[in-house]
Write a protein of this length. Sequence first.
Length: 218
Amino acid sequence: MTYPQINNWTASQSRDTIDCIERFGSRKILGSVQGIVEATDRSFWPGRGLFMALSNHAYDFEDLHPIDIVEDIATHQEWQFDRIADDQISMEIAGQWRSYSITLSWCEPYQTLRLVCSFEMDPPAHRMPALYEALNAVNDMSWAGSFAYWGAEQLMAYRYGLILSDGQVAMPDQIDTMISLAVTSAERYYPAFQMVTWGEKDLETALKVAIAEAYGHA
């Protein structure tokens, strides 16, 4: 199975997204997205793990590197991935709105497994204040992880760190939760980011879409 590479999200594509959102409205688009995903792949939505079949997989956790577990999971799921280094792996996961680049890395000094889920975003300059306002609101609503806009790279990034101290190891279901939450959060808030930038909608209107997604998948 192959997944599409992340493409440049042009102004015309962004406006197509806004048109789709406005055409259906927050509640109708929720039903539409659910229907499409149910017909294709619902693996990344909360309540269903990306690789729950591996929960009972027999691992010898002694001296097992966390990234080795991630690579095993990616192989099992037939995801495209690149083992960049012993302590880092990147992969592509297809969502409903677009594809997402996910990188997991292990930081030995801090005993932390760090996840970054990113996608390209090039908002118009005059809407940057609105985007930062949206980021503050979205991060305030997020229980775990946070979004940041990396202007130099033109990337929106969701970041989360799993701290493992005193010899703890990352279990498959924990990594499942990390990746599921990352992609779900990106899918949930992507329309809101597009609406406040290219759609030039007010923050309250944009967040209604995200809130509808949250209740729809709770």
